[in-house]
Design a protein. Structure first.
Length: 455
């Protein structure tokens, strides 16, 4: 196996970027067919040189065993981006759209050692206080409300009208976030994931969360934000903001992608849709199919070798960013024999090791309930366009549908079920943002939601 410096030119068939060495993970070509790119990158060995955006270079781990080795070895592979040598030496454009996803934040995702243990404990202890029955009731009511907004039309975009908003409505309840703050969080998280006006998005995100922290310091409630604040770890305001960036961002955006990708399978794949005389596979199977084959976070979990290291014949310099391709590792040809039968949960979509996702159980519960509610309410729903016309949002980190048009028999809403939404009045919820074409309807969702359930 070669080190990358040994190559004068890329290996035969390897997609070459402008410098002849690096493959770009941004733009429409990669978004349209990422697995074709991963297949070619495997010709380099277990890691390959990539470019995340112009001037931002990294190594991408494409091999399952190597990914697991790095994820489970925090002593040799640190997560703190302050080790990033090229950034420290001024070789990374400071206006790069990917920096907000890679820059240091004082949260458990970007910390190591004792600092990581302290912050991680605050997160896991706070999440453990979630009442799954309350979460389930809230998902059911949010899903019902969202479906009622389009069920009479006979058509909907299941991304823009459903998957994008459901996690945000649910998470804003769980985190006690009022509507006027939640609206700006949508802009912030969408911006940094898409890499569009990322600097402004990151600024909006920080300001909004600062307001939420100040609100909860003055008026704590029965919510994750308040529990984090009350934890014995005694998180500072700055630490609070960045735990929330991680928790809400790592909850809402990937869950949107998980729900919409699983709905695509349920509508398009005959194994899940079922034939005329057969029942399809359950929603849980569709979700794990997505997590194996098209994980919502495709390439992330940036590590920095503590010292120069050789991994499976590839040389990785100290302080160089090494990203895990969960999408490539999960589809590693070496796992092809019995891959899915290893275990539904043997995939790496939730990460592994000390930084594995602490919220996978509530995330799966919310996703299952959201999809089941939609399919049970609109039993004849089907894809509204040819499957091959579906497109994906560009960006190196996620696998995210642009839209998922669907059609169904219109359902007339005859009133609504009585009873208050779980949780305190005014806690939780989200309004839309200007990024949609129907701004007035989206931006009235929160007030509409309140009037819908408030008796």
């Amino acid at each position: 196996m070669h080190s990358h410096s040994d190559f004068e030119t890329p290996p035969p068939g390897c997609p070459a970027h402008a410098d002849g060495m690096r493959t770009s993970l941004y733009g429409p070509e990669f978004a349209a067919a990422p697995h074709a790119v991963y297949e070619r990158l495997r010709q380099y060995g277990p890691t390959a040189p990539v470019e995340l955006s112009p001037g931002v270079e990294a190594e991408l781990v494409t091999d399952y065993a190597t990914a697991l080795q790095i994820l489970q070895n925090p002593d040799a592979f640190a997560r703190d981006p302050r080790r990033w040598r090229a950034l420290n030496e001024g070789r990374v454009p400071l206006d790069s759209p990917v920096l907000p996803m890679l820059m240091y934040r004082p949260n458990s995702m970007f910390s190591d050692g004792a600092a990581h243990l302290r912050l991680r404990q605050a997160v896991t202890d706070s999440l453990s206080r979630l009442d799954m029955h309350r979460v389930g009731r809230h998902v059911d009511r949010v899903a019902k409300y969202l479906i009622e907004q389009f069920s009479g039309h006979g058509k909907a975009d299941l991304v823009a009208d459903y998957a994008r908003w459901l996690p945000l409505l649910v998470f804003n309840d769980l985190f006690g976030c009022p509507a006027e703050i939640g609206d700006r969080l949508v802009f912030g998280f969408s911006g940094i994931f898409d890499g569009i006006d990322a600097e402004k998005a990151n600024e909006t995100l920080t300001e909004s969360l600062l307001e939420l922290v100040a609100l909860k310091r003055a008026n704590p409630g029965d919510d994750v934000t308040s529990w984090l604040m009350q934890h014995p770890s005694q998180l500072s305001d700055e630490e609070m903001i960045h735990q929330l960036v991680m928790l809400i961002g790592a909850g809402a955006e990937p869950m949107q992608n998980l729900i919409s990708s699983a709905l695509r399978l349920m509508l398009c794949d005959e194994r899940y849709a079922g034939g005329q005389h057969s029942a399809g596979l359950p929603v849980d199977d569709a979700l794990h199919d997505v997590l194996w084959n098209s994980p919502p976070i495709a390439n992330y979990a940036t590590h920095y070798p503590v010292q120069d290291v050789e991994v499976s014949g590839s040389k990785l310099p100290a302080g160089s960013p090494v990203l895990i391709s969960f999408a490539s590792a999960n589809t590693d040809p070496g796992l092809s024999v019995g891959r899915q039968t290893l275990s539904k949960r043997a995939h790496l979509a939730w990460g592994a090791g000390p930084h594995a996702c602490p919220a996978k159980d509530p995330a799966l519960l919310i996703s299952v309930l959201a999809i089941e509610k939609l399919l049970n309410t609109l039993p004849d729903i089907e894809l509204g366009v040819p499957e091959e016309s579906l497109t994906w949002r560009p960006g190196p980190f996620h696998r995210a549908l642009n839209s998922l048009p669907a059609r169904f028999t219109p359902v007339r809403v005859e009133g609504r079920s009585a009873g208050p939404m779980p949780g305190p009045v005014g806690a939780g919820g989200i309004t839309g943002h200007e990024q949609t074409s129907d701004k007035s309807r989206k931006s009235s969702w929160w007030s509409g939601f309140l009037s819908w359930w408030k008796v």
